[in-house]
Design a protein around this ligand. Structure first.
Ligand SMILES: C[S@@+](CC[C@H](N)C(=O)[O-])C[C@H]1O[C@@H](n2cnc3c(N)ncnc32)[C@H](O)[C@@H]1O
Length: 284
């Protein structure tokens, strides 16, 4: 079976039935969660601070759910109405925007403290019509220049994606650099057929000094099950270090998050009460 991005444009491929099938698949849920945790590790946000993140190609919210869990406020963009419909039905916390990132993002300069994108960028490498504006270099350029402006200085954007050649990686990194980003490619488990993952780690500004591209994970002698286990262990250690997970239900954190939502004009934010900060019921 050929790769999804070669079969149809994303908004067609992720139609009603595929959007539901993709979201309900427990293997997808696990994979997207693992990739999001690793992207957050590479994003390296300062601990103990609320932050507003952009989830690029948020789909039905599998990646966004991890952002919620880790205590971030987020907004998501996606081109597929059916995926966003499922995200709405699942009552994800992020604000959702129907947008083709290849036409550029429409956010105000400096809107986000960081961005992640999980399993999306490869979709921009396929032209959908013969018009020059649908050629990948043109779409990548529009996307990266508008993303650069939508991010704060300094900040990071981390993309996990599935390239099929070095030429694709080269096109993506050089276009991002032309748009003003620093950074580069991080490859985890380069020698494992199944566990190998490619991340593009981009920097806006340097905060006075040059930012170093993080090292990829590399467990030479591990089989794929051990790699998965090791990654989970690393995540848990990182979580213990930052203490973010504990903070999610913390009263001060929830008040801050509500205030942020109110400032951004979100409707229906519950009023603060003496119960704020207690454990929520699961919403689905
Ligand atoms: C494999 S899904 C990943 C969704 C989500 N990030 C996750 O982790 O579950 C890829 C998503 O990229 C979106 N996408 C592809 N091309 C896009 C574009 N040009 N603009 C916005 N979203 C796009 C698709 O609609 C789809 O929801």
């Amino acid at each position: 079976m050929s790769r999804p991005e070669l079969q149809a444009p994303p908004e067609i491929y992720y139609g009603d039935s595929e959007a539901v099938k993709y979201t309900k698949n427990t293997r997808n849920q696990q994979i997207q969660a693992d990739l999001t945790y690793r992207a957050l590790e590479l994003l390296n946000m300062p601990p103990d601070q609320s932050a507003f993140l952009l989830d690029i190609g948020c789909g039905s919210g599998l990646s966004g759910e991890i952002l919620d869990e880790e205590g971030y406020v987020w907004a998501g963009v996606d081109i597929a109405p059916s995926m966003l419909e499922v995200a709405l039905e699942r009552e994800v916390e992020g604000d959702l925007f129907l947008q083709d990132i290849g036409q550029g993002l429409g956010f105000r300069p400096g809107s986000f403290d960081g961005a992640i994108s999980i399993s999306v960028l490869q979709w921009l490498l396929n032209a959908e019509t013969s018009h020059h504006t649908s050629a990948p270099p043109h779409r990548l350029h529009r996307f990266f220049t508008t993303l650069h402006s939508a991010l704060r200085n300094p900040s990071r954007a981390v993309f996990q994606f599935y390239p099929t050649s070095d030429d694709q990686i080269q096109l993506i990194t050089s276009t991002a650099q032309k748009a003003g980003f620093g950074g580069g490619i991080v490859v985890d488990y380069p020698n494992s057929k199944k566990a190998r993952k490619v991340y593009l780690c981009l920097f806006v500004g340097g905060g006075g000094g040059q930012q170093q591209v993080p090292a990829g994970l590399n467990e030479e002698a591990m089989d794929d099950d051990s790699v998965r286990f090791e990654r989970r262990r690393q995540r848990e250690r990182a979580r213990d270090r930052s203490g973010k997970r504990k903070k999610v239900m913390d009263k001060e954190w929830i008040l801050k998050k509500k205030e942020l939502y109110r400032q951004r004009g979100k409707e229906g934010v519950p009023r603060d009460s003496k119960f704020t900060g207690r454990k929520r019921k699961a919403t689905f």
